[in-house]
Design a protein around this ligand. Structure first.
Ligand code: DGL
Length: 262
């Protein structure tokens, strides 16, 4: 294993930064390539067929170009639809991001949990299976929101986004039948932890959980004993279409100082 072989993170946009953050905290010297398929953003309103065809092909190209030691699909939509296809297409370990329903069910006292994801994610059989296997005695209320994804992108790009807009976009989850009893919400889209501060302020009795820390531990485990460079290098952000310049400060905060287009 080359010390310089990077970890490859993949999302439709900037959501995967919520997975990259905890990973960098645990593995500060890991070389990073962060890939965003912004040409096809948002994934959440696309069909299963489109995502299942696009994601493995794109990851194949990225792996050929950057030779990562491991790939992270830092996107719930792509993972719940295409994880098996990606694993079949690549010969490196692939870590997926799937809704954190198990930890949510473990901590819920009211036994009513919310799953806030994209429209595509919340309708997946993968979510049915997680709910059945790990939250069988809970009422699981799902809500898919494209507006929240857009708001997270805009917030990271430095646009004016208000807390009220974010809270209003998530409100249908709490207004659904039994929604007032929700005590735990799974942030089942990697964009949403980037808005969690506002959601937590608006819902003080509710815990918002996501998979970021667990995925970081999984990456640490899978790379145990592998060499890393002696210092943290400049991370690379790769986009499938030219990104707005206004994203640069947010990318730099996550160590991504080189910006490229695929
Ligand atoms: N960040 C993605 C997810 O975790 C998808 C957002 C989108 O492109 O709709 O599902």
């Amino acid at each position: 294993m080359e010390p310089g072989a990077p970890l490859l993170f993949f999302d439709s946009g900037i959501g995967g930064l919520s997975i990259l953050g905890p990973t960098r905290a645990l593995l500060p010297h890991a070389p990073i390539v962060y890939a965003a398929d912004n040409a096809a953003f948002p994934y959440g309103t696309r069909s299963e067929g489109e995502i299942a065809a696009r994601v493995p092909a794109l990851l194949g190209r990225l792996v050929e170009r950057f030779r990562p030691r491991l790939a992270v699909i830092a996107c719930n939509t792509a993972s719940t639809i295409a994880l098996d296809h990606v694993r079949a297409a690549l010969d490196i370990p692939v870590v997926g991001t799937v809704p954190a329903i198990k930890p949510a069910a473990e901590r819920s006292k009211s036994r009513v949990i919310g799953v806030l994801g994209t429209e595509a994610t919340v309708r997946q059989p993968y979510v049915d299976n997680l709910s059945r296997d790990f939250a069988g005695d809970c009422t699981v209320i799902r809500y898919g929101s494209a507006a929240l994804v857009e708001l997270a992108e805009r917030r990271l790009a430095g646009d004016t986004v208000s807390k009220d807009e974010v809270v209003a976009a998530a409100q249908p989850l709490f207004e659904a039948a039994n929604g007032a009893e929700i005590d735990t919400v799974v942030l089942a889209c990697t964009h949403f932890p980037l808005l969690a501060d506002w959601l937590e302020e608006a819902h003080p009795g509710v815990a918002f959980v996501d998979g970021g820390a667990g995925i970081a531990r999984r990456i640490d485990y899978l790379t145990k004993g592998q060499p890393w460079p002696d210092t943290a290098g400049d991370g690379i952000a790769v986009f499938t279409a030219p990104p707005p310049d206004t994203l640069r400060p947010a990318l730099e905060k996550f160590g991504l100082s080189q910006i490229k287009t695929l």
